[in-house]
Ligand binder design. Structure first.
Ligand SMILES: *Cc1c(COP(=O)(O)O)cnc(C)c1O
Length: 398
């Protein structure tokens, strides 16, 4: 290749006014015919042997479902319009008035927002638990607990929990477990065979899409009865996905393992580089020995030695919010934007004090946290970009 991957990914492209996204635009179809009335009447929603209506699946979406179920070591899969829709499908399908759901306090924020919003409106209560303390989960499981959410590692703060111990506590009480497996992507560990969860949800928006241009989610299970419960809710809600988007994910899946390894390798290299920087008091990356939950990561993901392309750093508290904003604004290759898993590296500063319910687990740091999603650019270019932005942070603002 004559271009470096950095140049290829950052190749000039003039987006339409007011719109900028990682990928250039893609330009590209509801009725399904039955051969007679008898076939129409005989159609069974549970079976994938035929088709009913575009919303309930097409050959394209069924194919993607099959491949994703295989990727995660499950048997059944449902596609939904986003990763967040995968979370809401599970909660709406399994919870009813009077039930309680337990959510880790370091979980993906919108999962908690759904619980405080719609779930609360429907008479469903929730409690946050300390994902790093299985005893806390154990103590919070009650007669009303119908669902426990798990995430490994926690969004943004990257602590890796003892998933096996958390799942065991739920199993002992017969409570259904749902893992947000977006980070592991079906590659870092097997959510069913190794972690033992009942449901794995995945934001396909991230690594499976790999382009920053598709929103989609999946809900994978190994249990037919559980799958049908989810599928019935899926049908009633009308949460189908478009065939064009499904095709995009299908096109990206073959390179998923290669991309995942590449993201991982660069992220680890840059995370280690940050460990040597005096501006940083903590690097949060589960494969680093000093990162919270490293031993749990090693136990679950060690055999594959995989850890995705995400990490966070905590700045020394002497760097105020203005300085850290200056660092983020000073980056060139790293773009400011949510989500992750695409070719372009991304950066987001977070106020963990605001995100973390202090009554559950104490966040030990005072400085600002910055989360990086490492893309597929050449790692030396990313390192140079980070270094120059750190230097720029030290300079007094003009
Ligand atoms: C991005 C993300 C989601 C939601 O995915 P969307 O497709 O953006 O709705 C859910 N969980 C985790 C851990 C994520 O990072």
């Amino acid at each position: 290749m004559s271009l470096s991957s950095t140049d290829l990914i950052h190749h000039p492209y003039t987006p339409p006014e007011g719109f900028d996204a990682p990928q250039p635009a893609v330009h590209k179809a509801s009725t399904v015919y039955f051969k007679d009335v008898a076939a129409m009447r005989a159609r069974d929603w549970r079976s994938k042997a035929g088709y009913t209506y575009g919303l309930h699946g097409t050959p394209t979406t069924f194919l993607l479902e099959e491949r994703l179920a295989a990727l995660e070591g499950g048997t059944e899969c449902l596609l939904v319009p986003s990763g967040l829709a995968a979370i809401s499908l599970v909660s709406f399908a399994l919870l009813k008035r009077g039930d309680e759901v337990l959510i880790p306090d370091n979980a993906y924020g919108p999962n908690k927002a759904l619980a405080t919003g719609e779930l609360a409106n429907f008479g469903i209560t929730h409690r946050l638990y300390d994902a790093m303390n299985p005893q806390d989960l154990h103590d919070k499981l009650s007669e009303r607990t119908r669902l426990v959410w798990l995430e490994a590692p926690g969004s943004v703060t990257m602590e890796f929990p003892d998933l096996i111990a958390l799942v065991a506590a739920c199993r002992a009480r017969g409570v259904t477990t749902a893992l947000d497996n977006t980070w592991g992507a079906g590659l870092a560990f097997d959510p069913f065979a190794a972690a033992g969860v009942d449901i794995s949800v995945h934001a396909l928006t991230k690594y499976p899409s790999g382009g920053g241009d598709v929103l989609m989610g999946s809900v994978v299970t190994r249990d037919e009865a559980l799958h049908l419960k989810l599928k019935l809710c899926h049908m009633r809600m009308g949460w189908g996905v478009g065939a064009n988007d499904a095709e995009s994910v299908l096109r990206s899946l073959p390179s998923l393992p290669l991309r995942y390894v590449a993201h991982d390798r660069s992220a680890r290299e840059l995370a280690r580089w940050f460990e040597g920087r005096e501006e940083i008091v903590q690097v949060l990356h589960p494969a680093l020995e000093d990162s919270p939950g490293h031993a749990h990561w090693r136990a679950l993901c060690g055999p594959q030695d995989l850890a995705a392309g995400l990490f966070s750093v905590v700045f020394d508290a002497r760097f105020g919010i203005e300085a850290v904003d200056r660092f983020c604004d000073g980056l060139g290759l790293f773009k400011l934007g949510y989500s992750w898993g695409g070719p372009v590296s991304l950066v987001v500063p977070y106020d963990i004090g605001l995100m973390r319910d202090a009554s559950v687990s104490r966040w030990p740091h005072k400085g600002t946290l910055v989360r990086f999603s490492i893309g597929l650019e050449a790692v030396q270019d990313l390192r140079a970009d980070l270094a120059q932005a750190l230097e720029g942070m030290h300079a007094e603002p003009a």
